[in-house]
Design a protein around this ligand. Structure first.
Ligand code: MN
Length: 231
């Protein structure tokens, strides 16, 4: 069997300390997972159950990189996030059994066309055009969990042009990684290669062409992403 045209390359991320790459299957993202960020988006963090959205696997890009300023927005926002990279399949897994699914961690950005997302919210439409555009998920290398240990606390931060804009602590996630993995797995089969973007702390804001974003999570190397010219 062949393909009717050459199959595209499989989306993947660099792996720290290896020439092998992490094959990306899907990207799951959680909305409003730090209380202070939920409040800045006008929501009550105590009352809402978690909700998820997705980005296409080929939205990833290896940071450091330059991401062109995307079309049809004048309000592109950064969101620094801890990313959990799965190495095993799972279905209806208990929270206590989720550790074994984790292959490693990365730092990444959930780049967001906030103006298009707001229109979608106002009109009760899907978020895809605000969230799932080309190169909307630049990520640093995946670091094996054997090297980091399980990440359950530690500072998460983002600077724009050297000025601190976002700070939080992984311990302050409203929904923990085990809770999220268990919840998603009760709705569909999780698969090896899936990435979970675990939400962003307070301080989101707009960027312009030429801005340099730097961010990290304790235990992982900082990533750097430059916003390029309008595509
Ligand atoms: Mn996000």
């Amino acid at each position: 069997m062949g393909y009717v045209f050459p199959a595209p390359p499989h989306p993947s991320l660099a792996v720290k300390g290896s020439t092998d790459r992490f094959p990306v299957r899907r990207i799951f993202c959680v909305g409003r997972n730090y209380a202070a960020h939920a409040r800045e988006m006008g929501k009550d963090p105590d009352r809402e159950p978690p909700f998820f959205f997705t980005k296409p696997a080929d939205a990833v890009a290896d940071a450091p990189c330059t991401v062109p300023y995307p079309p049809e927005t004048s309000n592109l926002h950064y969101e620094i996030e801890l990313i959990v990279a799965l190495g095993k399949d799972a279905f209806k897994v208990a929270e206590a059994d989720t550790s074994q699914l984790i292959w490693g961690y990365a730092v990444g950005l959930d780049l967001t066309r906030r103006d298009l997302q707001q229109v979608a919210k106002d009109m009760g439409r899907p978020w895809d055009w605000g969230k799932a555009f080309d190169l909307s998920a630049p990520c640093g290398p995946v670091v094996p969990v054997a090297e980091t240990g399980e990440i359950t606390s530690g500072e998460i931060w983002l600077d724009v042009n050297g000025e601190r804009r976002q700070t939080g602590d992984i311990a302050d996630l409203i929904w923990s990684v085990p809770e999220m993995l268990s919840m998603i797995s009760h709705s569909m089969h999780l698969r090896a290669g899936d990435l979970i973007m675990t939400g962003t702390p307070a301080g989101v804001g707009a960027v312009r062409s030429g801005d340099v974003l730097t961010g990290s999570v304790d235990g992982l190397d900082p990533i750097e992403v430059t916003i390029g010219n309008t595509e």
